[in-house]
Design a protein around this ligand. Structure first.
Ligand code: FEO
Length: 172
């Protein structure tokens, strides 16, 4: 069974994953308004991934006899000046998530909760991918800044991203 403290913190992360989905949907909406449908698609896929992350926390808390408590989801930012600003915010957000996951791992280790630690290791690996995939887009956008017409190509490429459900059971 989860300790009260760990259950609280896992619930808080469940909420943060839902907030992450919400912020990426807000980014998708802003990108649509900027006439960047491919980038909007990329963000919508990102939002879908976040929902699967939230679901993993939901399942794990239940499997460990904890109680899932859903709290209000914070209102996300709605306006950005440029496409690159949207992705820069996404990158900073992912760095924040990585920090939160690391804190959860520290807590699980402190409590010698090996199952929670193992569960969280999936997220440790996932965060490397999460940060890297946004950084790749930022680098492309920086290059496009110096090459007229390149933005059209990048947007078309971002439009190719499709949602792939994570492998493994819901909480593993
Ligand atoms: Fe669930 Fe993008 O971290």
């Amino acid at each position: 069974m989860l300790s009260k403290k760990l259950a609280q913190e896992l619930n808080s992360q469940l909420n943060f994953e839902l907030y992450s989905a919400y912020i990426y949907y807000a980014m998708a909406a802003a990108l649509e308004a900027m006439n960047a449908p491919g980038a909007a698609n990329w963000m919508k896929v990102q939002a879908q991934e976040e929902l699967t992350h939230a679901d993993k926390f939901f399942s794990f808390i239940n499997e460990r006899d904890g109680r899932v408590i859903l709290e209000a989801v914070e209102k996300p930012q709605k306006e950005w000046k440029a496409i690159i600003d949207v992705f820069t915010t996404a990158y900073k957000h992912e760095q924040l998530v990585t920090g939160r996951i690391n804190c959860l791992v520290e807590l699980a280790m402190e409590e010698k909760d090996y199952a929670a630690n193992q569960f969280l290791q999936w997220f440790v690996a996932e965060q490397i991918e999460e940060e890297s995939s946004v950084k790749v887009v930022i680098d492309q956008l920086k290059l496009a800044d110096k090459a007229p017409g390149a933005m059209f190509m990048i947007d078309r490429e971002l439009g190719q991203r499709v949602f792939v459900p994570p492998t493994g059971a819901s909480s593993t």
